[in-house]
Ligand binder design. Structure first.
Ligand code: CMC
Length: 374
């Protein structure tokens, strides 16, 4: 590969952003200038969603209005709900949520309007409606009755309620809220860049988020949180973890939930998520996953100097909360919608068509032979 080809856009800065800053050297991630750890301890997810979308933390009145708008939009048309009921039970929930957002575009009166105000209204509608679609499929595929959202519940409480028909303890809801805060935004990652690329042709927010969901599904990106759980289930017992991970490394396997394109000394989101994973594990009186977690992590750091990324602790946390493994990445979606939307709006406000070049390495110029001569 010649030096002028930057495969995977490695190290290439393609634009400016005011949404978030990843600082790998000092292990820091800020949303609009605020450290995520600080946001996790002092704010709820709705406040952070407002921050990511609007650029500032809300005051009481702004939060009240934002929460009101989000809650008023907690409804899905009976047509989309009926489509979700008919979707194959074996379908991956990421394919279902991708389709659901695409369907929302068909019904939204402002789909074509890319003005800043319409984009913000659409972003909030997608943000409110997508968890309903995910929870509806969570239940429908088990043959259970779909539970309608409740407007008197917080964003996280409502999601638990729609999935399970009940709300867990405050500590559990806080841990879920923290995971959503940590998943909300992460600069020019694959799905965000996908969303910005789609937007750069002046396409709309529903299309950009649909594409971003497709991108997030991959195991090298958001899909890693599901893969972490599959790995832990394969390991089965803490006593087997050490041997398992050493053998996997001998086989040169990629260990899911480890490594990062930008962070090389550790993901700044991990210590906070790890703290809440351990809280959830202790509430659930789980020792098994916590032990497997520590053994695999220690071997990865000692032998490979590769650190866990945020998907490593979120996987077992969501499992202990009772979510099916293939719903872990859709949970990532309900949070990252905020980051994607902020980037889509930023791209629209200062657009330049994203159109890189490629170095041709195919056959040299040749003459077309007629069909009967080939
Ligand atoms: N397990 C084993 N080896 C790894 C891993 C891993 N998870 N990650 C990196 N390496 C090795 C890789 O094999 C390579 O070794 P060598 O130089 O001997 O060929 C070296 O580290 C550099 O890796 P790379 O693949 O060139 O690094 P990258 O920046 O292209 O890839 C990554 C980053 C995230 C795709 C990769 O670390 C990976 O595949 N991780 C597992 C999937 C994962 O957890 N993804 C979630 C990413 S963060 C959160 C999110 O987006 O959801």
């Amino acid at each position: 590969m010649s030096d002028d080809v930057k495969k995977g856009l490695l190290g290439i800065v393609v634009d400016e952003t005011t949404v978030s800053q990843v600082m790998p050297d000092i292990n820091s991630l800020t949303y609009r200038g605020y450290a995520v750890q600080d946001l996790c301890e002092k704010c709820n997810f709705e406040e952070v969603a407002y921050l990511v979308l609007n650029g500032e933390l809300p005051n009481k009145k702004q939060l009240k209005n934002f929460v009101k708008e989000e809650r008023l939009n907690r409804k899905l048309s009976k047509e989309i709900l009926s489509d979700i009921r008919k979707m194959p039970r074996k379908a991956h929930p990421m394919d279902v949520v991708r389709t659901a957002v695409s369907l929302m575009a068909l019904e939204d009166k402002e789909t074509k309007d890319n003005s800043p105000k319409a984009n913000m209204r659409k972003a909030i509608r997608i943000f409110s409606k997508t968890p309903i679609a995910i929870a509806a499929f969570f239940r429908a595929r088990k043959g259970k009755k779909i539970i309608s959202p409740k407007r008197n519940l917080s964003f996280s409480e409502n999601f638990f309620y729609m999935c399970f028909g009940k709300i867990p303890t405050k500590e559990m809801v806080k841990a879920f809220d923290v995971s959503l805060i940590l998943y909300a935004e992460h600069s020019f990652n694959v799905s965000t860049f996908t969303a910005r690329t789609i937007t750069s042709s002046l396409s709309d927010i529903h299309g950009a988020i649909t594409g971003a969901i497709a991108s997030l599904k991959g195991p090298l990106h958001g899909g890693a949180n599901e893969e972490v759980m599959h790995m832990m289930n394969k390991i089965k017992k803490p006593e087997k973890a050490f041997k398992w991970i050493n053998k996997a490394l001998q086989n040169k396997d990629v260990i899911m939930g480890f490594g990062h394109r930008v962070y090389k000394k550790g993901d700044s989101r991990v210590p906070t998520m790890e703290k809440y994973f351990k809280k959830v594990a202790s509430i659930k009186k789980d020792k098994k996953f916590m032990k497997i977690y520590d053994i695999v992590k220690n071997v990865m750091i000692e032998k490979k100097n590769i650190h866990p990324n945020v998907d490593y602790p979120t996987g077992p946390t969501y499992h202990l909360m009772g979510f099916d493994t293939d719903f872990f990445t859709p949970i990532f979606v309900i949070s990252r919608i905020t980051g994607w939307s902020a980037h889509i709006m930023e791209q629209h406000s200062a657009n330049k068509l994203i159109r890189p070049l490629s170095k041709y390495s195919g056959a040299s110029h040749r003459k077309v032979m007629l069909l009967n001569q080939r």
